[in-house]
Design a protein. Structure first.
Lengths: 135, 320
């Protein structure tokens, strides 16, 4: 009997800022929506994030960043994911990412960016509606 | 042409990390090919030492595992970790947070960590945990550590997965009456009292020891009670020693035990030789009045300490 495949999500905080309330709120909301959420804590390097995504075989990665270093860290993360062959993982981001950077981030392959004021319901709905098809 | 399952099984046997990841997902979700996959890797299992670590939530299991893995890595062994956390019986979701304590192990190629949710299987593990351990075993990991979800008194399912069970305690959670209760206290091959730097740690240790002494069991393995401070790694080398001893005990192998003792003896011998040689050489230099000169040469960067030492040792061996 095939069980319904669980959605596995990695919530990661790259870089040096220590504001993890947002990441925890999102992790908690996705948990309550029935997903399995892997939370790896603060100050993750792009290498740690890509390797964790690989080992945990996640469907979705949520990146939280408030330090302003997204233009340095996100390209590196996306590059490493590609190198690992994890092109079928959906990546979204949240935190403080200025409007003028959004299109650049999306060009890297980040599917959606959620700024301040986003409700957890919006994020849950987005994840469910945009789940990648993985084998 | 290989089927997809065969391809993944082959990847697992080669230790390919992506294949391991997919294999665990397949068995965890009972996807098509799950049974076939296990059948294919099964002949290659049984080499790893599978260790179960259980105890109350907050005892320090994840933190201790990080230190245990580092110690095994120092000894050149590869390690797989399966960290189980509870699934919500209300929503089916889970928050898997054990990796937070093991962050730096993520990028070590000799370590593979997988978080699993219990998916409402009773006993502190999930239905697929046993097979996930087999996958890491078949992938060539020397040691596989299974961390249960925080366990209370009766979660003893881990005995079906692991060969060596470590039951972890922290001070201040109960007296000798707790220690004498049935269930989790009966499955331990090794007891660990963590947070040993706290008040009452000795009390907890004594309570467990007193309980063990009431046992009528004759012969066989006697569970030791060890103290650790997971945050600093204190007591971890001693824990590894006991884990290795238990592995030998399980194998019923006197040679295994002898090798273990020999390894320990070798380390002690090395230490002793180092100390004596260095003392003898320094004394000789002093007697010959050459020490001061040599030290000056090092200070003046005419020779580096390693080269100076090599010259001295070579000369001493040739003279002998």
């Amino acid at each position: 009997m095939e069980d319904a495949r669980k959605i596995r999500v990695l919530i990661a905080k790259p870089g040096l800022d220590s504001h993890d309330r947002g990441a925890k709120v999102v992790a908690r909301a996705l948990r309550d929506a029935g997903m399995e959420v892997i939370y790896t804590g603060l100050r993750q390097t792009p290498e740690q994030i890509a390797e964790t995504a690989l080992q945990e075989d996640v469907d979705v990665i949520g990146l939280s960043i408030l330090s302003g270093a997204h233009k340095t860290l996100f390209p590196r993360i996306m590059e490493l994911l590609k190198k690992q062959g994890l092109t079928d993982v959906m990546v979204f981001a949240g935190g403080i990412i200025p409007e003028e950077d959004v299109s650049e981030m999306k060009k890297l392959g980040i599917k959606e960016i959620f700024g301040p004021g986003t409700t957890t319901e919006e994020i849950i709905r987005y994840v469910v509606d945009n789940l990648p098809k993985r084998d | 042409m290989l089927t997809k399952t065969e391809e993944i099984a082959e990847g697992v046997l080669k230790g390919d990390r992506r294949s391991i990841a997919k294999a665990i997902t397949i068995i965890e979700n009972s996807m098509p090919g799950a049974q076939e996959l296990i059948a294919q890797i099964f002949p290659h299992t049984g080499k790893a030492h599978v260790i179960g670590l259980t105890g109350a939530g907050g005892a320090g299991k994840s933190t201790l595992i990080e230190k245990i893995v580092r110690e095994y890595r120092r000894k050149g062994k590869t390690v797989g970790v399966i960290a189980v956390d509870p699934t919500s019986p209300f929503t089916g979701g889970a928050f898997l947070g054990d990796r937070i304590r093991m962050q730096e192990l993520s990028t070590d190629e000799g370590v593979y960590i997988r978080s699993m949710a219990t998916r409402n299987y009773a006993g502190g593990i999930s239905k697929a945990t046993k097979d996930a351990a087999k996958i890491l075993d078949a992938a060539g990991k020397d040691v596989v550590i299974v961390e249960t979800a925080g366990a209370g008194q009766s979660e003893v399912e881990i005995v079906k997965v692991a060969q060596t069970i470590v039951v972890m305690h922290a001070p201040g959670l109960g007296d000798e009456i707790q220690a004498i209760k049935a269930g989790i206290m009966e499955i331990a091959d090794i007891f660990v009292v963590n947070k040993a730097d706290r008040e009452n740690a000795n009390m907890t240790t004594v309570d467990i020891q007193a309980m063990l002494q009431m046992s009528n069991k004759k012969g066989g393995w006697k569970p030791p009670v060890l103290k650790t401070v997971a945050l600093t790694g204190e007591g971890v080398p001693e824990l590894i020693e006991k884990l290795e001893e238990h592995r030998c005990f399980l194998e019923g192998d006197t040679e295994c035990k002898e090798n273990l003792l020999k390894t320990k003896a070798e380390a002690e011998l090395q230490e002793a030789i180092k100390e004596r040689i260095s003392r003898a050489l320094i004394d000789q230099l002093k007697r010959e009045g050459k020490l001061d000169e040599l030290l000056r040469e090092i200070v003046e960067k005419k020779i580096d300490p390693a080269s100076a030492a090599e010259k001295l040792v070579k000369k001493a061996i040739n003279d002998a």
